[in-house]
Design a protein around this ligand. Structure first.
Ligand code: FAD
Ligand code: FMN
Length: 777
């Protein structure tokens, strides 16, 4: 085959040499506009795993890189006058020039033609090539020329960064954070040869502009950075090797993805590779890894399917199919890490103490979890756990996992950070909690969670979602609840919360297993609905609620107050006001369901007015020593609906009104919603609200392992985690999770104690069997 690689970066060179190695008969040329020793940038890093992959494909190249690379394990943070270091992270750093020279030398050794100082204008310049590799980098001309086919999606990110070098040698991947009068800057630093370190400086656009850096040339920018980081540089200079770039050399990261990776131009097959087809932010340092692994995958496909011209279409199709999956996974992780650095100045730098800031930074990609950190550096993690224990009020900190630390709010202390999330059971008659609820809530209270939250309970008969929903509008119901509360207090060390809510437009419907199913109006016995505006939940077949007038509002507020008093009489420890999921109070908050033109509609302030009035009335009726949380939908997942930024404002308003925590759910406000599900998918809302609005939060949604809870709580993304469906599957979810992570100090009900050591040793035995099976495989 005749192959031309346009662009002699890591992607083009590595593919060229791998294919030449596959068969010397291939005629392969790499066309590069620069001279052999010209390059931008300093060092690149990739992980040990990438090296292993390269070793399997071309030992010579891997050996040469190994001799030249700098390996280090530690990450070091310099923040607020403190230095914190943790190990076990396994990076390889190498100068970009060195890497390219190794690849160039290997290409020459194998017989690849390297053509330098030649600009390729188009793939059409090489009409006799069977295959053109467009490895021409992030600004790929070939990709732009065929944009209609490749359909690139390019997102320009808000932060500014400059890629510098220094002769100061750092022996860890080092992060410096410095506060200025206009905001925070950070530096990402890593050594890549015996005399030089890469030094990338980054800040948000507004901070960059406020310092006049948009008007600064390279020398002025360097002088600024030297002064900013003088305390760390201690007289060492910063250097640029991007003199060829005009202007300031401060860049914005561009995230590139493409729908299609290859095409046929009538003469040759053309395929994108490396940064030309995808980019990954330097926050997880994997652009070079992706480029090298693209080259490996394309070679693998040629090797498996045949490296002849007729096989090219199948090979290119499989190359995209396989690589796209890995790439999207890495881009997602890189995206999380990148966003962390974009928002850290606003959200974490001022808010978090150095220990927790370090934890948050290490877990920024959300790919590294608590137990993963333990594997990397047990000593550091246990030190962090002891710090966290002390912050949680444990008198003798002894590395208790964050999930099992206590949490105190007002006069209530939860024994740990997990609450059983409220879950409607639709199993009442006339709103009466009965045996079913005693068993359901009682079992979960015995299961180890710090608190169980009763399902949404309604302050009047017409406030119910279904005829099976529980109520708190009369003394008999209060007595029914008291029986359950007393059981929980007498037999367990869990707390119990009441969630009060009014169904609004989503009332008078079936239980999920009845009639036409959940959200569908009852076949008979419907009651009139009220809401902020006459907007039905379901476009088709949904009942139209009446827009509430002043009389309705006064009546509903009084109903909520009565329910609150009855909840206090029943002895509940905690009250949650349900302002989420499209129910009555939520219908006021969301612009999708609030079309009012009076003082209760329009701006967010107006839309919050009625929910805040109810909150104030309820808070006044609820004992002052007991906590109150508010559940909100922090994202409507519909254009024009509530956004996470709005949710911060909503949280601030409830905080000002006296709420103790915001329970951060999302969606269910509009049937048009398009949520993005995934593990812990709503936790970013809890994180943002906690750290921007400065109020404690409860994270909820697809939190299904101890590792999730530990990571969320330890990083300061939330104060509590609500776990719902896993508790339906296993009432003793907490006790089971404790055993799974080897935490044996979680208290068990005395009647169940004989099961504890059996469960623990069974788990140990299963693990050992699994490990043995893996080893023998
Ligand atoms: C600040 C910063 C830090 C980074 N740090 C890391 C890191 O730590 N680890 C990591 O893995 N990655 C890092 N990267 C990303 C990494 O540099 C790229 O992902 C990687 O180089 C991609 O390789 P490539 O071969 O696809 O493209 P490139 O390396 O960009 O190579 C493309 C080549 O094509 C040439 N070219 C372009 N157009 C033409 C043309 N028309 N004719 C001829 N030649 C042409 C260019 O001169 C260039 O040599 C970083 C990037 C930045 C900006
Ligand atoms: C059967 C069921 C009933 C629910 N009922 C309520 C409820 O009454 N009040 C509420 O705020 N959320 C309710 N939810 C939402 C849960 O509290 C929780 O937010 C959601 O299930 C996501 O958590 P998970 O992934 O741990 O299940 C319910 C969820 C389920 C599965």
């Amino acid at each position: 085959m005749k192959i031309v690689c346009i662009g002699g970066g890591p992607a083009g060179l590595y593919f060229a040499l791998l294919m030449k190695q596959l068969s010397p008969a291939h005629d392969i040329t790499v066309v590069e506009r620069n001279r052999p020793y010209d390059t931008f940038g300093w060092g690149v890093v990739f992980s040990d795993a990438t090296m292993d992959n390269m070793r399997a494909w071309d030992r010579e190249t891997a050996d040469a890189i190994e001799v030249a690379f700098n390996h280090w394990d530690d990450i070091e943070l310099h923040f607020k006058g403190r230095t914190i270091r943790s190990g076990g992270h396994g990076f390889v750093g190498i100068g970009r020039k060195k890497l390219l020279n190794i690849l160039q030398a290997r290409c020459e050794q194998l017989g690849v033609k390297l053509v330098f100082e030649t600009e390729a204008d188009s793939d059409a310049d090489y009409p006799d090539a069977d295959l053109v590799i467009a490895s021409d980098g992030i600004n790929s001309r070939i990709r732009q020329q065929h944009a209609a086919v490749f359909k690139p999606d390019i997102v320009t990110r808000p932060n500014r960064f400059i890629w510098l070098g220094t002769k100061k040698i750092y022996d860890a991947f080092t992060f410096l954070f410095e506060k200025t009068e206009h905001g925070w800057f950070q530096a990402h630093i890593y050594k890549f040869d015996d005399t030089t370190s890469t030094f990338i400086v980054e800040c948000p656009e507004h901070v960059w502009k406020a310092h006049g850096l948009d008007a600064a040339d390279q020398d002025q920018s360097i002088a600024f950075c030297e002064k900013l980081f003088a305390g760390n540089l201690r007289g060492e200079q910063l250097m640029t090797n991007a003199r060829h770039l005009r202007g300031s050399a401060w860049l914005n990261f561009q995230r590139v993805t493409c729908e299609q990776w290859s095409l046929y131009n009538g003469r040759s097959h053309v395929v994108l590779m490396g940064d030309a087809v995808h980019t990954a932010h330097f926050a997880i340092g994997s652009g070079t890894k992706l480029a090298l692994e693209d080259a490996i995958e394309l070679t693998r496909q040629f090797k498996e399917l045949g490296h002849t011209v007729d096989r090219i279409p199948q090979v290119l199709a499989r190359y995209q199919q396989l690589r796209a999956v890995d790439v999207i996974r890495l881009q997602n992780a890189a995206w999380n890490a990148m966003e962390w650095f974009e928002v850290c100045g606003e959200r974490y730098c001022d808010q978090l103490e150095p220990e927790q800031f370090m934890y948050s930074m290490l877990t920024r990609s959300q790919r590294i979890s608590h137990e993963n950190l333990r594997l990397r550096d047990k000593g550091w993690l246990e030190g962090f756990e002891r710090w966290f224990d002390a912050r949680s009020g444990l008198s003798a900190p002894h590395a208790v996992p964050p999930m099992f630390t206590p949490y105190t709010v007002r006069s209530v202390t939860l024994k740990n950070r997990v609450v059983v999330s409220p879950m409607a059971q639709y199993s009442c008659v006339d709103g009466m909690p009965a045996d079913y609820h005693l068993v359901h809530l009682g079992a979960r209270a015995m299961g180890g969670a710090g608190m169980v939250v009763a399902e949404m309970t309604c302050p009047s008969p017409d406030a119910r979602i279904t005829p099976g929903c529980p109520g708190l509008w009369n003394d008999a119901q209060a007595a029914g609840w008291k029986r359950i509360v007393d059981f929980v207090h007498r037999e367990t060390d869990a707390m119990i919360a009441m969630q009060v809510g009014h169904a609004g437009a989503k009332g008078s419907t079936n239980a999920p297993w009845q009639g036409a199913g959940a959200d569908q109006p009852l076949q008979s016995g419907n009651w009139p609905l009220i809401a902020a505006s006459p907007v039905p939940y379901l476009d088709q077949g949904g009942a139209v609620p009446k827009a509430m007038d002043a009389t309705d509002m006064a009546r509903v507020t009084a109903d909520f107050v009565r329910a609150t008093r009855l909840a206090a009489d029943a002895g509940f420890d905690w009250l949650e006001l349900h302002c989420a999921h499209g129910y009555l109070l939520s219908s006021f908050i969301s612009p999708l369901t609030n079309r009012r033109t009076d003082a209760y509609g329009g701006s967010l302030t107006n839309r919050l007015r009625y929910p805040l009035e109810v909150f104030a009335a309820v808070r006044a009726a609820w004992p002052g020593h007991l906590p109150m949380s508010v559940r909100i939908s922090a994202h409507d997942w519909v254009d024009g609906g509530i956004t996470p930024a709005d949710a911060v404002q909503i949280a601030r308003a409830f905080k000002a009104a006296g709420a103790d925590l915001i329970d951060c759910s999302s969606g269910q406000v509009s049937a048009e919603q398009k949520p993005t599900y995934g593990r812990m998918y709503q936790t970013p809302f809890a994180d943002r609200i906690r750290n921007e609005a400065g109020i404690a939060t409860i994270a909820v949604g697809a939190i299904s392992e101890a590792d999730h809870v530990n990571s969320i709580i330890a990083a300061g993304r939330a104060d509590l985690c609500a776990v719902a469906r896993p508790h339906l599957a296993n009432p003793a979810w907490m006790l089971t999770e404790a055993a799974k992570i080897g935490y044996t100090a979680a208290p068990w009900p005395k009647q169940y104690l004989t099961a504890k050591s059996q469960l623990e040793s069974n788990i140990v035995r299963e693990r050992a069997a699994l490990t043995a099976a893996k080893v023998s495989a």
